[in-house]
Design a protein around this ligand. Structure first.
Ligand SMILES: CC(C)(COP(=O)(O)OP(=O)(O)OC[C@H]1O[C@@H](n2cnc3c(N)ncnc32)[C@H](O)[C@@H]1OP(=O)(O)O)[C@@H](O)C(=O)NCCC(=O)NCCS
Length: 162
């Protein structure tokens, strides 16, 4: 069971012990996944926050079913760097819960910014549903997701806290 009785996954800050499974989750999900040493560095940086979502009722590294990494250098311009959910736990609100955690850290009048592959339909729909709007397109920004495909545009999106 992924959710607690109140319907929300359990969220907590990541620790070093989580990193191998988070790096493996990212590697399987993202063409631009960060390698483990970069994740370790991100965890050490004061202005980065790495939050994990845990499933209830399982043990060890299997408990972690998703994570979010963001840069909070300034509280009025948060940058979402990654959000990933394990394939067998998707479409059950885990990314939404992680994004709400981030939204709660955004000051009134502040913004959350992100870049996403234009072809990443799941992520684009998730962000739109949460109120993100497209600000710009960065043409040919991403490396090809697979050999023999073209470079891809990035959509720059922002959520503004009223
Ligand atoms: C994008 C991702 C994080 C979404 O995680 P998730 O936990 O499944 O998302 P949620 O369950 O909170 O979905 C919320 C809404 O987003 C949209 N959405 C999510 N996955 C979708 C999909 N595969 N197709 C279409 N819409 C989708 C839907 O509107 C969904 O609401 P609904 O289920 O009521 O229709 C997940 O698919 C993932 O890990 N993808 C690989 C990594 C990635 O691309 N991350 C984003 C770039 S860093």
């Amino acid at each position: 069971m992924v959710f607690a009785e109140d319907g929300a996954p359990h969220l907590r800050l990541a620790t070093e012990d989580d990193l191998p499974s988070l790096a493996a989750m990212a590697e399987a999900a993202l063409p631009e996944a960060w390698p483990l040493p970069l994740m370790e560095e991100a965890l050490r940086l004061d202005h980065h926050r790495m939050v994990v979502a845990e499933a209830h009722g399982s043990v060890g590294s299997d408990r972690v079913v998703g994570y979010l990494l963001a840069s909070l250098v300034v509280p009025d311009a948060i940058e979402l760097l990654q959000v990933v959910v394990a394939p067998n736990c998707r479409r059950s609100g885990i990314a939404t819960a992680l994004m709400h955690w981030l939204g709660a850290r955004c000051l009134a009048g502040g913004r959350i910014l992100l870049e996403v592959r234009g072809s990443n339909r799941a992520a684009v729909r998730l962000y739109r549903r949460l109120g993100f709007r497209q600000l710009a397109t960065r043409h040919h920004y991403y490396r090809p997701a697979a050999p023999s495909t073209a470079r891809e545009d990035a959509l720059v999106m922002a959520f503004t806290r009223q």
